[in-house]
Write a protein that binds this ligand. Structure first.
Ligand code: NDP
Length: 311
């Protein structure tokens, strides 16, 4: 195993990681980044981004991530491919991170920006049509289905919030709920139930998303009657939860039941001094590129202050 010491290590290369790198680089902290499993993060599988401030004509998700990368590298980011596979955060100012099980890095401070991954149903058709009518983000992609018919799977607060969001843009939204009740809070349930262009199908499982080069419909099955039917659609949204990419921090960092890292209110500080968390790995509510970027900035400023105490 090779070994190396660094001042500041950033794990993850989405908007949180790169924003942290820009601030840390400009502060002279010589950040080293490992990009993780999906270099550029979730935005690299998004098409148009129209809600990131500063882009009046919108920007392609992959382009935005390239721009962020260039901006961070301009300020000296040492940017590397590789994935953190285990950590040991037991020694202050000497936090150990193993990358790809072959390289050990000891860092005085670590910024976690490992993000979260959308959960999928696991259907072959869902995977094949991903980005061609199948999406896990209504706020990102709903706009492309103005005046069209869409379906959304899920029964939690996210599914209700996204169904309501889509109902303002789309002609009709069909909610596919697998049980005979919602999981969402009552207020969110009431909101979708009282929206005339949202139809809720309970006890309904998705068998297949239909279409060759784009979504044309979905085949669903009623779990009680066993009856199957096809619904014509232009877009198919999945909102069945996210999984924060935080498994390797278990045992060291405080997290909630779903695995989201817990930070001190109004900061990026975790329970371990010198380890800071940003982006979707610690945010189950907002999950936007702009909020991730903002929290990456906070993490870099917190790390700078922390490291400043030891110089
Ligand atoms: P949740 O885990 O709360 O809900 C996931 C939903 O997806 C459940 O209804 C579940 O069904 C359903 N589901 C899971 N797997 C499948 C599957 N294979 N097929 C069909 N349906 C499936 O996730 P959310 O993202 O909705 O919310 C995460 C957290 O964030 C929650 O604590 C929520 O309250 C919070 N949140 C709060 C908001 C707010 O306050 N404004 C907004 C958004 C989220 P089942 O019920 O049958 O298990």
């Amino acid at each position: 195993m090779t070994q190396e010491n660094v001042e500041l290590l950033i794990l993850g290369s989405g908007p949180a990681g790169y924003t942290a790198a820009i601030y840390a680089g400009r502060a002279g902290l010589k950040p080293v980044m490992y990009q993780g499993m999906q270099p550029g993060g979730q935005l690299t599988i998004t098409n148009d981004v129209e809600n990131f401030p500063g882009y009046p004509d919108g920007v392609q998700g992959p382009q935005m991530m390239e721009d962020l990368q260039k901006q961070a590298e301009r300020f000296g980011l040492d940017n590397r491919y590789g994935m953190a596979t285990s950590v040991d955060f037991s020694t202050p100012l000497a936090h150990k991170v193993i990358v790809d099980e072959t390289h050990e890095i000891t860092a005085k401070a670590v910024i976690i920006a490992t993000g979260a991954s959308a959960k999928w149903l696991g259907l072959e058709s869902e995977q094949r049509l991903n980005g061609m009518g199948v999406s896990a983000c209504a706020v990102c992609d709903g706009f492309f289905y103005r005046g069209k018919d869409v379906a959304i799977v899920g029964a939690g607060d996210t599914a209700c919030e996204e169904a309501h969001y889509l109902s303002k843009l789309c002609k009709k939204v069909t909610m596919l709920v697998r049980r005979d009740e919602f999981r969402a809070s009552t207020i969110m349930q009431e909101r979708v139930k009282n929206t005339p262009n949202i139809e809720i199908l309970f006890n309904t499982e998705t068998e297949e998303v239909l279409g060759d080069n784009g979504v044309t419909g979905v085949r669903v099955r009623n779990k009680v009657t066993g009856e199957t039917k096809e619904i014509a659609l232009d877009g198919f949204f999945v909102a069945i939860g996210h999984q924060p990419n935080t498994d390797i921090f278990k045992g060291y960092l405080d997290m909630d039941d779903a695995g989201y890292l817990i930070v001190e209110k109004g900061s990026s500080r975790t329970n371990i001094p010198g380890v800071f968390a940003s982006g979707d790995a610690q945010d189950k509510i907002y999950r936007q590129a702009i909020t991730a970027a903002g929290s990456g900035c906070m993490a870099a400023l917190d790390a700078e202050r922390y490291l400043g105490e030891f110089h």
